[in-house]
Design a protein around this ligand. Structure first.
Ligand SMILES: Nc1ncnc2c1ncn2[C@@H]1O[C@H](COP(=O)(O)OP(=O)(O)OP(=O)(O)O)[C@@H](O)[C@H]1O
Length: 361
């Protein structure tokens, strides 16, 4: 049983990744980050598709790659790393049956055809596809193809599993079942798993720890409860459906430069006036009504244009053109109101008691 210990520097054009991650045997470590933050680069450095400029990737006592420092440079071939990889696309061999796809890894490792097929049958049962061994990928649904892909990857007996948004293209039932399947198999096989995801459900149902990557650097790491419960950066907050603003403390609130609302009022301990302060709140606490609206009782209200509408963890996310970094999340039932369109003028209202002051990390 070998844990992953990775501390690497990777250069891709002008982009530099500098990250250290660890995952124990049987543990699922989630990596979250905005587009372009370096998640795929990190997985590539571990898998051997991106060369490292410095650092090392170790699996227990095995060195997968190492460069810099005193030790000689090491870079194992991809096939010698024993790293399994899963993403959104099942990538089955279309001309082979499900059974032959799964048997491919054991066969490549020198198993006899008979033994490899017996292993494949066991995996077909584990992934809920017993009786479908003869089917080709064109005869399987997307979710079934993904099950075969999981079986094929794990039947090759990887020492580490990397997964990049493998459930993103699946319906809710299939993705829930496959999450369960991966968590169960990783524990049973006692292999570390690194999971890249944009979906909080993946973290809650699969991972025990989380690393937040921003612009190639780790900005927060901890247990799922620590990161989701106390996000320390605006990105980590947005991932959990919260807004985190950084500004300067005044006597009575947090001053937010270049925003339609200069001073945000809230509750909690304010740092000394003039020093760095933060304000955070649930995006679902923001009320958005058509402008002009009758003046509200809350101190925190401003006028702003809806600039984007997207899905957020707590509902439908509305962004404000005049105040980047601020957004509201409405329940689906409210998001159907016909006035809610990109470009609509809105009044944004935030109850004072919903805003919590703090000191930025
Ligand atoms: N082929 C390339 N050549 C040079 N630079 C690249 C190349 N691919 C990616 N990059 C740079 O590396 C950075 C990290 O890319 P990476 O794909 O690792 O991000 P990511 O977090 O996985 O993004 P996404 O969520 O969009 O998949 C990008 O911001 C980009 O600047």
């Amino acid at each position: 049983m070998s844990g992953l210990d990775c501390a690497v520097q990777v250069q891709r054009g002008d982009f530099e990744l500098n990250a250290a991650v660890r995952a124990a045997p049987g543990e699922v470590l989630a990596v979250i980050g905005a587009n372009g933050s370096g998640k795929s680069t990190l997985l590539g450095a571990i898998a051997g598709t991106h060369p490292i400029a410095n650092g090392s990737v170790r699996l227990g006592s095995r060195v997968l790659c190492s460069r810099g420092g005193q030790a000689p440079t090491v870079s194992l071939r991809r096939s010698a790393r024993r790293v399994g990889f899963l993403d959104q696309r099942a990538r089955l061999f279309p001309h082979l049956s499900a059974r032959a796809n799964i048997a491919f890894g054991p066969r490549a490792q020198g198993e006899s055809r008979r033994t490899a097929e017996a292993t494949a049958e066991e995996w077909l049962v584990r992934v809920g596809l017993s009786g479908r061994g003869d089917a080709r990928s064109s005869q399987l649904s997307g979710g079934q193809q993904q099950r075969v892909a999981i079986a094929r990857t794990l039947a090759a007996d990887p020492a580490l599993l990397l997964i990049d948004e493998p459930f993103a293209a699946l319906d809710v039932t299939s993705s829930g079942e496959l999450r369960e399947l991966i968590a169960t198999e990783a524990r049973r096989m006692q292999i570390p798993v690194v999971l890249v995801s944009h979906d909080p459900i993946d973290l809650i149902s699969l991972a025990s720890r989380v690393v937040v990557l921003e612009a190639g650097a780790v900005t927060q790491s901890g247990t799922v409860a620590e990161v989701l419960g106390s996000p320390e950066t605006p990105f980590a907050a947005a991932f959990t459906g919260r807004v985190l603003l950084r500004g300067t403390a005044s006597d009575s609130g947090v001053l937010t430069p270049d925003a339609p609302l200069r001073e945000l009022h809230g509750v909690g301990k304010l740092p000394s006036p003039g020093t760095a302060a933060s304000a955070s709140f649930e995006a679902a606490a923001v009320r958005v009504v058509p402008d002009p609206a009758p003046s509200s009782a809350t101190e925190n209200s401003w006028s702003g244009t809806i600039s984007a509408i997207s899905a957020g963890p707590a509902g439908v996310r509305l962004e404000c053109a005049e105040w980047p970094g601020i957004y509201a999340e409405l329940p689906l039932s409210r998001a159907f109101e016909p006035w809610i369109t990109v470009g609509a003028s809105a009044r944004w209202e935030l109850p004072t008691e919903a805003v919590r002051f703090g000191t930025p990390h």
